[in-house]
Structures are given as C-alpha cells and as structure tokens.
Design a protein around this ligand. Structure first.
Ligand code: ATP
Length: 233
C-alpha cells in the first residue's frame, strides 16, 4: 500500500466540477510532480488532498486511513503539510517565529529550526527580520521551512517557483532531494515541465480536471507530455 492513495477523486466549486476521477499514488519518500496548464485543476487537487475543499466522490487515503473531508488539524496530526501558493507568511512576525509557528508538538522528528537554517543558509542572517522585509525567494524558503517544522510525512507544494528568478528557483529546487531523502513524500505542482521531470519520480499531467498522461519521470516522453499539457490529442 502506498503512503498516499487517491482514487477516482472528484471535487469542484458549486456545480462546477474541477476534478474528474483523479487517481494517483505516492510511496514513502517519493516525489510526484503535477503539471498542467492554467485551470487544469492542480491547485484544486492539492486543496482536496489537504482537506481544504471537500471531495464530491472518490477516496483519499493516507497510510491506510481515509482522509477525504478531514480537518486541517487532523491532517497536520497525521503528518500532512502544505506549502501554499503565494507563501502566506505572517508578515509582521520574524523569520524565526514564522518557522516556530509551523512546529507541531506531537510531531517531533528530523526537522528543527537549526536544520531548516542548514537547508537554507541564507535565512540565518535574516532570522530576526520580519516576513514582509524578505525577498520573494527568502519568503518561499521560510514557507517551506515552516511546513517542514511539522515534520510531515507528506508535503504538498503549490507552484513554489512562481514569480521567482531562475537562480533562486534553482536554489530552492536543490532542497527537494534533501527533504525527500529524509523520508518525506512530496506532491509538487509545477508549471515548468523540465523542472517537474528533473525533481520527481512520477509525473501526472492534468487536463481539464482529469489525468491526461502519467508515468515515471525518467522514462517520460517529453513530446507526449507537451501534447498532454496542451490537450493536443
Ligand atoms: P493555475 O495554474 O492557474 O493555478 P490550476 O491547474 O491550479 O491552475 P485550479 O486553480 O485548480 O487550476 O482551477 C481549476 C478550475 O477550477 C478552473 O476552471 C478554475 O477557474 C476553477 N476554480 C478554481 N478556484 C475556484 C473557485 N474558488 N471558485 C470557482 N471556480 C474555481
């Protein structure tokens, strides 16, 4: 049994069905990349997995427990953390306080404030700066660090490269193998196909709310993925 199993999941907004029968699975320590054009349903998928949006049909199971429609609190306790699109730091709190706020007393493990600083050394000199004084890249590092502080078994990441310079994105992407190397599974939404393929074990391409193409990232035919992305078939 995989750590995360999503079966035939549908969800949406009012009468609008944004996800139609999504199935996917992630093993412990594995990274899945979710790609797809604007509006394909990527964010909706993450929001449904993390309980922010109710499932209409289907099943999400985590370590064998059904979690669809669970509260954020229940999911945090099970070990699911989210790095939301737009980072959503507390702007008037310091870097260090933003990190500490992410910790969850019942989930102790590898990740501590000092280990987050070791992962992102540029945050050390910023530890007493407020969230709003940081660059976009630094904010993204804090958002990832804050999610790690709960020592998640599963980390959901929504477009962590959005609006950042390529050099900063490279720096942030370098942290992902280190995170998964400590046993955390990652489900990552990423618009850039090259980045998505380079960092993941499996890739899933969504099109209009369904999985148009999926497979092992190392074996994925790039042209087939581009065609699926644009719905060319
Ligand atoms: P993007 O890359 O633009 O973030 P996405 O693949 O993450 O796109 P979603 O944001 O999940 O796509 O949107 C899927 C569909 O659901 C789109 O048609 C979108 O317009 C619609 N949608 C998203 N959020 C809402 C909402 N709060 N209310 C109504 N419809 C929504």
């Amino acid at each position: 049994m995989a750590l995360l199993e999503v079966e035939n999941l549908s969800a949406g907004y009012g009468l609008f069905q944004a996800l139609r029968g999504i199935s996917l699975a992630a093993e412990e320590g594995e990274t899945l990349a979710i790609v797809g054009a604007n509006g394909a349903g990527k964010t909706t998928l993450l929001r449904t997995i993390c309980g922010a949006l109710p499932a209409m049909t289907g099943r999400v199971s985590f370590d064998g427990t059904s979690i669809e429609n669970s509260s954020a609190h229940q999911l945090a306790r099970l070990g699911i953390s989210m790095v939301p699109e737009g980072r959503k730091l507390f702007p008037s709190l310091t870097v260090e306080d933003n990190l500490i706020i992410g910790s969850y007393p019942k989930r102790k493990g590898f990740w501590t404030v000092e280990r987050v600083y070791a992962l992102f050394p540029e945050l050390v000199k910023r530890r007493n700066n407020r969230g709003l004084d940081l660059s976009g890249g630094e904010q993204q590092m804090v958002a990832i660090g804050r999610a790690l502080m709960a020592n998640p078994r599963l980390l959901l990441m929504d477009e962590i490269s959005l609006g950042l310079a390529p050099i900063v994105v490279n720096q942030i992407y370098k942290s992902l193998p280190e995170i998964s190397g400590h046993g955390t599974s990652i489900v990552l939404v990423e618009q850039d196909l090259n980045r998505a393929l380079s960092v993941s074990n499996h890739v899933y391409c969504l099109l209009e709310g369904h999985v148009e193409l999926s497979g092992l990232s190392a074996q994925m035919d790039r042209q087939a993925l581009i065609d699926a992305y644009f719905g060319a078939n």
